[in-house]
Design a protein around this ligand. Structure first.
Ligand code: UD1
Length: 371
């Protein structure tokens, strides 16, 4: 059985690692890893392969940056001949990035089965490019692996038969569970003892000059009460420079860093007093770690992080951010629990379904449903 994995951007790498690993136990499965090259810097890609123990890609499409249309189209054009030649039995796509939807479109038209890992998440906000990618990818997928019950509900509402949906839990948490002990032994010199960890890269927050300026001003205010450590995404760096917002930004209390490798970032997350972010995956990781997360978005495609976890949506309201931060500083932050099946074994459940042993995976899913 030939399984293709398509990855391209930073949040894909921690999701593919556990599935690749779990499928190795099934000797009749031959795996091929395709990197589209959507993210190409060492800091955004190479170092993640190294730390997560992902083998070098068998194929690198080297598409690089571009508008959504250009990037998606480049991936589609470059992936089609590879799939035609190798004739995989199933192609696995991960998350919600442009590489995900591009590969799903190509493969479904070639009649190759598509499996979507992290299916069913919905923010119900089509301004987000990722929401478009999720909707299209799920409609085109033959097998849908969901991380939580809301995913199953969303997919069935959109007409996807229950028989194609497998609730397997959260693969991203598999990588976290595996590498947390390593991260906890990692101490970064020169950082304050108590700090807020910040990440920011959503187009809606960073692509408009007035919005970005207002968020940065809020962060400067936060830094008066709690030091801020901010590993900045390349998109955010570019926009800060483009809009001329660097002046006065780096202070003793607000430190910009380059994007961090997985283990170093996990180490900071686990030690932070609070995380302030607009990322999807970080809402989940903080929920697992029990670290308060203040999300600079009006909605989330990961509602379980709010209903069960430590996540609070503060939107772009500086007052709400300040009020929630005050609760954290007073030790009155929201307490959360870990959602069902976020247990480090999601990759194994996916492998069981793919390798033709879905009974045990389905049993897991049913157990999850009755909780
Ligand atoms: C992409 C994903 C987003 C994900 C994010 C995580 C889509 C639609 N978006 O957004 O879902 O949360 O990745 O990082 O697929 N750049 C570099 N070096 C790199 C990669 C990117 O400098 O290694 C630059 C690009 O040239 C571009 C900018 O960063 O100017 C944004 O990259 P892009 O791939 O367009 O999307 P992200 O904002 O990273």
């Amino acid at each position: 059985m030939k399984v293709f994995h398509i990855v391209g951007a930073r949040p894909n790498f921690m999701k593919v690692a556990p599935v690749l690993n779990a499928l190795r136990a099934h000797k009749h499965v031959v795996q091929t890893l395709v990197h589209t090259g959507q993210h190409y810097d060492t800091t955004m890609s190479g170092v993640f392969f190294e730390q997560l123990g992902i083998p070098d890609p068998d194929v690198n499409l080297a598409v690089g940056p571009g508008s959504h249309a250009k990037q998606t189209a480049e991936i589609m054009m470059r992936i089609e001949p590879v799939v035609l030649e190798a004739k995989p039995d199933i192609v696995l796509v991960y998350g919600d990035v442009n590489s995900t939807v591009a590969a799903a479109l190509v493969c479904s038209k070639l009649g190759v089965r598509v499996g979507h890992v992290e299916a069913g998440l919905r923010s119900f906000d089509r301004v987000m490019p990722e929401e478009i990618n999720r909707l299209v990818t799920d409609q085109l997928s033959d097998v849908l692996f969901t991380p939580s019950e809301d995913g199953d509900i969303n997919l069935q509402r959109e007409g996807i038969p229950a028989a194609r949906i497998f609730r397997v839990g959260n693969v991203m948490i598999d990588s976290l569970v595996k590498l947390l002990p390593v991260a906890q032994g990692h101490i970064r010199n020169g950082l304050p003892d108590r700090f807020a960890l910040v990440t920011l890269h959503r187009p809606i927050n960073v692509d408009d000059s007035a919005t970005l300026r207002s968020i940065l001003q809020s962060l400067l205010k936060v830094s008066r009460d709690l030091a801020v450590v901010f590993p900045a995404h390349p998109r955010t760096r570019q926009r800060i420079a483009e809009f001329g917002l660097e002046f006065g930004l780096t202070t003793d209390r607000l430190r910009f860093l380059d994007p961090l490798p997985y283990i170093e970032f996990l180490a900071l997350q686990s030690r932070a007093q609070v995380v302030i972010t607009d990322s999807g995956g970080i809402q989940e990781e903080t929920t697992y770690l029990g670290v308060p997360c203040l999300t600079l978005r009006e909605n989330t495609e990961r509602p379980v992080t709010v209903s069960l976890g430590t996540n609070v949506l503060v939107g772009r309201d500086p007052e709400k951010l300040r009020a929630e931060l005050a609760l954290v500083l007073a030790g009155k932050q929201k307490k959360g629990t870990i959602p069902p099946q976020w247990d480090g074994h999601a990759g194994e459940r996916i492998a069981q379904v793919l390798a033709g042993e879905p009974e045990s995976a389905v049993a897991h899913a049913k157990a999850g449903r009755s909780r």
